[in-house]
Design a protein around this ligand. Structure first.
Ligand SMILES: *Cc1c(COP(=O)(O)O)cnc(C)c1O
Length: 232
């Protein structure tokens, strides 16, 4: 399928998920996850009007950032090693994978050196799968408390990945739990400003995530497809 028809299909499905759940379409934004595709395809996605790009490894993202850094907003969605922070901060406007204090320290230091503030989402391992990164839900609040010391980090929301399910409906409890956690944190005194963002939903389960309150869906295969790439 061509990119335009995939985009149209995704749009229809997003609109339907919004209307089923009484949400406004403009409250859900698409991040095109381009890790499986070439720079040329990433450029086509941006030309088609999807100007938020998600990547999960800097070596793969580099060529795309060099081509599109001034036209698109870049989201870092993969697990981030502390020694890679210097490559990423200053290029990616959003970090979706903040999950530990040592990483926060590295981001703070780098952001200070570059004199900027980084918008971060805390990654939560709601399902408890051992293969998944992220904080256990009970560890989110203590980390947010620590983050109050870091003036270069702005916590704006939570991110999760649901386990792969052949029936996407089965992911609903994961997404619902992330929203409830966000609402509890916002009702507590731990934050000066509320967490507004929920980064959840991928190709396989984005409609359920939208019904449960996603503000960012991270779409790879369903939107941009998958290619054999040999670059970077
Ligand atoms: C790869 C990836 C996605 C997109 O995956 P698809 O299933 O192809 O949509 C979304 N989020 C994260 C964190 C990823 O690593």
């Amino acid at each position: 399928m061509a990119l335009e028809s995939r985009l149209r299909d995704v749009e229809n499905r997003l609109e339907q998920a919004c209307s089923r759940s009484g949400r406004r379409r403009e409250d859900v934004r698409i991040i095109a996850v381009t890790k499986y595709v070439s720079t040329a395809t990433a450029e086509a996605v941006v030309r088609a009007g999807v100007t938020h790009i998600g990547e999960n490894r800097w070596p793969d993202a580099k060529a795309k950032w060099e081509a599109l850094g001034d036209q698109a907003v870049f989201h870092y969605i993969g697990s981030l090693q502390t020694n890679k922070v210097k490559d990423v901060i200053g290029k990616f406007d959003y970090i979706h994978s903040l999950d530990r204090l040592s990483l926060a320290e590295a981001i703070q230091k780098r952001a200070q050196a570059l004199d900027l503030t980084v918008s971060c989402l805390l990654q939560v391992n709601v399902s408890g799968e051992l293969s998944k990164h992220g904080l256990e839900p009970g560890a989110v609040r203590p980390l947010l408390e620590e983050l109050r010391r870091f003036d270069r980090i702005k916590p704006i929301g939570l991110m999760t990945m649901a386990p792969y399910e052949s029936e996407s409906e089965e992911t609903r409890p994961v997404f619902r739990a992330l929203r409830q956690l966000r609402d509890e944190l916002n009702a507590s005194s731990v934050l000066d400003e509320p967490l507004t963002e929920l980064s959840m939903g991928m190709s396989n389960d984005f409609e359920v995530a939208v019904e449960e309150g996603a503000t960012w869906v991270r779409l790879g295969t369903v939107l941009v497809g998958k290619e054999e790439i040999e670059e970077g």
